[in-house]
Ligand binder design. Structure first.
Ligand SMILES: [Zn+2]
Length: 120
């Protein structure tokens, strides 16, 4: 970490909370910075809402029938029912499902079991 005043070398004094504190070897100024990893976004965990939203977009992009709001909402309702209950009124195979599953970071196959295990 370089000193913001003189670009001298900062000596790490220690960490306090999310910040690291330094003292400049050249001019003696104290400064601090957030650790570099603090800016990295946390790895997003796949969620059910993310899946439903992404899947809906995949359907719209692929299938003409999805452009009919009534048909799409009826279809999405059967997806939700399938995920919320043991009733399989929707088939979890197909390229739109696979595409949505990959986009939200799902691992392996988008099985009923995997989809039902998603957190809201
Ligand atoms: Zn300095």
């Amino acid at each position: 970490m370089r000193c913001p005043a003189c670009s001298g070398e900062g000596i790490l004094l220690g960490s306090l909370g999310a910040r690291e504190h330094f003292r400049c070897r050249a001019c003696g100024a104290d400064f601090s910075s957030a650790p570099e990893h603090a800016d990295a976004p946390a790895a997003a965990r796949p969620t059910r809402s993310a899946f439903l939203e992404t899947y809906r977009a995949e359907l719209l992009a692929r299938y003409g029938w999805a452009g009919d709001p009534h048909r799409l909402s009826t279809f999405m309702a059967s997806v939700t029912t399938t995920l919320n209950t043991k009733t399989a009124s929707w088939n979890s195979t197909g390229e739109a499902v696979e595409a949505a599953w990959k986009k939200i970071g799902g691992k392996g196959k988008a099985t009923y079991k995997a989809l039902r295990a998603l957190e809201n």
